[in-house]
Design a protein around this ligand. Structure first.
Ligand SMILES: O=P(O)(O)OC[C@@H](O)[C@@H](O)c1c[nH]c2ccccc12
Length: 273
C-alpha cells in the first residue's frame, strides 16, 4: 500500500534536508542561530493571554494546504502578522513548507519582524538540522509531530530546541501518541483534530484526549475550528489554547475575523482590546 500523506511529506522533507545540508553546512547555521536575539517566549505569551483574556490564540499564516488547496491568494506575511497581532492573537504560526503548503522560510522572517509576537516555525521536522535552522531563522518555537518521529528523535530534537531557549509544541492525534508525548519535557501538548494520515478533521479528538492530559501540561487545540461555537465546545472540553489557520485566512479582514472569533468564543478584552 502507498504511504499516507504524512509519510509522503516526511520523505520529501528528508530529501530536502539532505540537499540543504550540502548547500548550507551545519556550522554556518549554528553560527547564525547563535547570533540571534533570544527567543520571545512562546509558551509564556500564550499563558499570559489565557490569564488576561481566558483564551490564548496561535494564529496561523498559511497560504495553501494539501487538504484545502489554495487558501489565500492575497498573501502578505507581514500584513497578516500585524492583523493577527492587532486582532488579539498571543502568538503566530508560520508554515514554512514549500512543496505542500506554498510557504517559505522568508515568510517566517517577514511575519516575525512585522510584530512582536512569538512565532512557531510550522514545518515537518525530521532531522535535528531543521531545529538549528529554525533558530537561525529566528523561530521562538518548533513543532514536533509524534506520529512522524520515534522516541529517540523526539527527545533529541526537543533537547536541542530547549537548549536554545525555544519552546516546543508536541503534536498528537491519538492515545498512544499522547502517552509518548508525556514522556517528553515540554508542557505544550497539541491535540490535532486533523488526522494527518487521511486529512480529515473531527473536534471529538480533543474531547476524547483532553481528559487524559495531566494538569501540569497545556492543551493546544489544533485544526478544524470554524466558529465561536467550536471554540466554546473546545473550552468545555478543557482547552484554553488554540491553533487556528484556515478559518481566519479565508476572511478578507483578518484582524476583524480574529477579534470576532476570540470574543465570540468567550474571550474578554485585554488592555489592547
Ligand atoms: O487551518 P486549521 O484547520 O485551523 O489548522 C491549523 C493547524 O492546526 C494546522 O495547519 C496544522 C496542525 N498541525 C499541522 C502539522 C503540519 C501542517 C499543518 C498543521
Amino acid at each position: 500500500m502507498a504511504g499516507t500523506i504524512l509519510d509522503r511529506i516526511c520523505d520529501e522533507k528528508r530529501r530536502q534536508v539532505a540537499e540543504n545540508k550540502s548547500r548550507r553546512p551545519i556550522q554556518e547555521l549554528l553560527k547564525r542561530a547563535q547570533d540571534q536575539a533570544p527567543p520571545r517566549g512562546f509558551a509564556a505569551a500564550l499563558t499570559h493571554k489565557v490569564e488576561t483574556t481566558g483564551i490564548g490564540l496561535i494564529a496561523e499564516i498559511k497560504k495553501a494546504s494539501p487538504s484545502a488547496g489554495l487558501i489565500r491568494a492575497d498573501f502578505k506575511p507581514s500584513q497578516l502578522a500585524r492583523a493577527y497581532a492587532h486582532g488579539g492573537a498571543a502568538c503566530l504560526s508560520v508554515l514554512t513548507d514549500q512543496r505542500f503548503f506554498q510557504g517559505s522560510d522568508a515568510d517566517l522572517g517577514e511575519a516575525r519582524s512585522a510584530c512582536d509576537l512569538p512565532v512557531i516555525r510550522k514545518d515537518f521536522m525530521v532531522d535535528p538540522y531543521q531545529v538549528v535552522e529554525a533558530r537561525a531563522l529566528g523561530a521562538d518555537c518548533i513543532l514536533l509531530i509524534v506520529g512522524a518521529l520515534d522516541d529517540v528523535e523526539l527527545a533529541n530534537m526537543e533537547s536541542i530546541a530547549l537548549g536554545y531557549g525555544m519552546d516546543v509544541l508536541i503534536e498528537v492525534h491519538d492515545e498512544a501518541e499522547l502517552e509518548r508525548a508525556l514522556k517528553l519535557k515540554s508542557p505544550l501538548i497539541g491535540i490535532n483534530n486533523r488526522d494527518l494520515k487521511i486529512m480529515k478533521t473531527d473536534l471529538a479528538t480533543t474531547e476524547r484526549l483532553a481528559p487524559l492530559v495531566p494538569g501540569d501540561r497545556h492543551i493546544v487545540c489544533e485544526s478544524g475550528i470554524d466558529s465561536p461555537v467550536d471554540i466554546k465546545r473546545m473550552v468545555a472540553a478543557g482547552a484554553k489554547r488554540f491553533l487556528i489557520g484556515e478559518t481566519l485566512m479565508k476572511r478578507p479582514d483578518v484582524e476583524m475575523a480574529t477579534r470576532v472569533l476570540l470574543v465570540g468564543g468567550g474571550a474578554t478584552l485585554d488592555a489592547k482590546g
